[in-house]
Design a protein around this ligand. Structure first.
Ligand code: GLY
Length: 359
């Protein structure tokens, strides 16, 4: 159904994602887009309190549908919880959505995770589409079907894989995106380039992402790389794990800051630097490569002062991560740009030594 929702003359570029059980498009939209979801019995648009006043009305005119309802969430990573899932499901029941109904996520990574999760369990699973409104959600969170919520034990520890039936990227949303959030999204672009594509990384070194055309080009280039990774390894049995580069550290930073101190992309930027310190400590990465990644992060204003208050506490928090198997932590380290390694069984002393730089 996804290829019919957006007419081809509304599209600038398109990528088809094929996984074991689904096929859908990620489309870069022209400004004049319209979305035909009239094949669905009812539509529930889910957004948050920040996005709703800016764009909910737009959706009323751009969606072609018979019956549309809205659910408005609180804004922030701290609301990526069971309670928000329950609220979405309650709305779906109240508006009597059936198995031929559709949920539409309009928002950043928090909204797309919540909607992916809620639609994945509502009446054992209904379709959802995503209109990512943040750079971070455009390049990473909304593509690939990972939907998770946080609890007191950590980030994204509860969730499922539920692929959307369409992801529609409209650059118009970025006009209202705060600069801080834009920069946070760039961290995920750098992550993807550093892990998978040396040429892309070199291009980023020579590119100003404040330029809208450059940014649009890089967003879609990052999505193309992610799409390829997801198609190869939807369930993260291998190569997809590399997308967690910087995240093992980043998730602890977010958790210890109660999800309020740093945006996800900011924590990932710090996490990338920490992972590189570990890689250097283990002799896997050269100082030259570490410096080149640091410089690219610096160039994009992704430099933060962060203090590890207690290395032992920081280390223990790694073990709440999904990347622990049989008690052993798996972490993504780079040897070179475009050359990653999934490392398991790294000794505690090396982790603590790498964290010294952050004390
Ligand atoms: N955000 C990492 C992934 O989708 O695998």
């Amino acid at each position: 159904m996804s290829d019919k929702m957006i007419a081809p003359d509304n599209i600038k570029d398109i990528i088809e994602i094929n996984t074991k059980d689904s096929t859908y498009n990620v489309a870069l939209l022209k400004d004049s887009w319209q979305c035909d979801v009239s094949a669905y019995s009812k539509v529930l648009v889910i957004t948050n309190e920040k996005i709703a006043p800016l764009y909910l009305e737009l959706f009323q005119t751009r969606l072609i549908t018979q019956e549309v309802y809205a659910h408005i969430l609180r804004d922030g990573e701290e609301f990526k919880t069971w309670d928000s899932i329950k609220q979405i499901l309650d709305s779906a029941f109240k508006f009597k959505l059936d198995r031929k109904s559709l949920m539409i996520a309009v928002g950043g990574g928090v909204v797309s995770d919540l909607v992916g999760f809620a639609s994945g369990i509502y009446q054992r699973g209904i379709d959802f589409i995503s209109f990512p409104t943040t750079l971070l959600a455009q390049v990473d969170a909304s593509v690939g079907g990972k939907c998770g919520i946080n609890n007191e034990f950590g980030k994204n520890l509860i969730g499922l894989f539920h692929q959307p039936v369409g992801v529609f990227v409209w650059m118009g949303f970025l006009a209202s995106l705060p600069e801080r959030e834009k920069k946070a999204g760039i961290a995920e672009i750098i992550k993807i380039a550093a892990c998978f594509d040396k040429k892309f990384f070199n291009d980023l070194e020579n590119m100003d992402l404040k330029d809208k055309d450059n940014l649009t080009f890089c967003i879609f280039r990052a999505i193309k790389i992610k799409a390829k990774v997801v198609m190869e390894d939807e369930r993260e049995k291998g190569v997809r794990a590399a997308l967690n580069y910087g995240h093992t550290f980043g998730h602890v930073i977010e958790l210890l800051g109660n999800y309020k101190e740093f945006l996800h992309g900011e924590a990932v930027a710090i996490g990338i630097r920490m992972a590189n310190s570990l890689s250097l400590e283990l002799g896997k990465m050269s100082r030259k490569v570490k410096d080149s990644i640091d410089s690219l992060l610096d160039k994009n204003d992704l430099k933060f002062s962060y203090k590890v208050a207690n290395k032992e506490v920081f280390y223990q928090n790694f073990f709440m991560d999904k990347k622990v198997e049989f008690g052993k932590l798996r972490v993504i380290l780079l040897r070179d740009i475009g050359e990653f390694e999934i490392c398991s069984g790294i000794n505690k002393t090396s982790f603590l030594k790498a964290l010294e730089e952050w004390e």
